[in-house]
Design a protein around this ligand. Structure first.
Ligand SMILES: Nc1ncnc2c1ncn2[C@@H]1O[C@H](COP(=O)(O)OP(=O)(O)O)[C@@H](O)[C@H]1O
Ligand SMILES: Nc1nc2c(ncn2[C@H]2C[C@H](O)[C@@H](COP(=O)(O)O)O2)c(=O)[nH]1
Length: 254
């Protein structure tokens, strides 16, 4: 069924790849891009968080960095978690609203994380572990709900690809990747984020505040195995995604 977004009738399908830190999302995006070159991939803007610049800065000052917010939030989570969530959610919202360079009537767009995991995984967890105060959490939810309701179908997703692996596997991969900002990340934090992902996407027990998000189909992909060098495993995962996307029906007409 076609869906209407903005003024055009489109048959596009928008999905988000979700999963714990270092589970393999970016690696999987590259694998999907190789398998489906016509799909549009939008990666998580981590580099923006590592090098915060003024939004509408002119050419002269555009290279000025105002700091590495990713490092700051890991070093002083009480001080910077709210600021980080506002910036990460804004960058995700911009990414999800960004029109495609060329939009054929039928297209597939894959985002790496979403404005939904920003809230239902990270911000929710930061409140629960005390790095967001109650008033910060209330304010975050207020503008998050207002913005997403205002943008409606333009930020709606047709499906989630949940890359699932144990916190221990993610920690191993996190250490292997050796991102400087993450050197103090402990297993406990990955266990908390794993639990948030499981409640949201596996048991679906997390309270959801958006009608069109509640029943979005989720494809759970077990990525504990090393698929980087295993073409059979790559084929298995890609085939699962291909079937899942084919069976997605774009959201019903409003
Ligand atoms: N299936 C896998 N098996 C083994 N290592 C993996 C796998 N997927 C990713 N990696 C490695 O784990 C690290 C994190 O992967 P990455 O794709 O950056 O994760 P994410 O984007 O989820 O943070 C990288 O060093 C990557 O090479
Ligand atoms: N506090 C938050 N941290 C976040 C959020 N989204 C991502 N991140 C961190 C986690 C990693 O250190 C890094 C990139 O994530 P990967 O899973 O791609 O490694 O950014 C967030 O919303 N809040």
């Amino acid at each position: 069924m076609a869906s209407v977004r903005g003024l055009c009738m489109e048959l596009g399908k928008r999905l988000s790849i979700e999963g714990n830190i270092a589970v393999g999302k970016s690696t999987f995006v590259r694998l999907l891009k190789k398998a489906f070159p016509e799909w549009h991939m939008t990666t998580e803007p981590v580099s923006k968080w590592q090098n915060v610049q003024a939004a509408q800065s002119n050419q002269a000052s555009s290279s000025q960095s105002f700091g590495n917010l990713l490092q700051m939030v890991y070093q002083e989570p009480y001080r910077w978690s709210y600021t980080f969530q506002t910036y990460s959610c804004l960058s995700r919202l911009k990414a999800q609203l960004q029109p495609l360079p060329v939009k054929p009537q039928e297209f597939v767009q894959i985002f790496e994380r979403s404005v939904y995991s920003d809230r239902y995984v990270f911000a929710k967890n930061l409140f629960e572990i005390g790095h967001l105060t109650e008033i910060e959490w209330i304010i975050y939810q207020d503008w998050h709900t207002f913005l997403l309701q205002a943008f409606g179908n333009r930020v709606a997703l047709d499906g989630f690809l949940y890359l699932r692996a144990s916190p221990e596997v993610c920690l191993e991969r996190l250490r292997q990747r050796a991102r400087p900002e993450e050197k103090e990340v402990q297993l406990r934090y990955l266990e908390q984020l794993h639990s948030q992902h499981e409640n949201w996407l596996q048991t679906r027990s997390t309270e959801i505040h958006f009608e069109n998000l509640r029943n979005v189909p989720v494809l759970i992909l077990d990525v504990a195995k090393d698929f980087q060098n295993d073409t059979n495993e790559q084929r298995r995962l890609v085939s699962m995604v291909e079937t899942f996307v084919k069976n997605l029906s774009s959201e019903a007409l409003p």
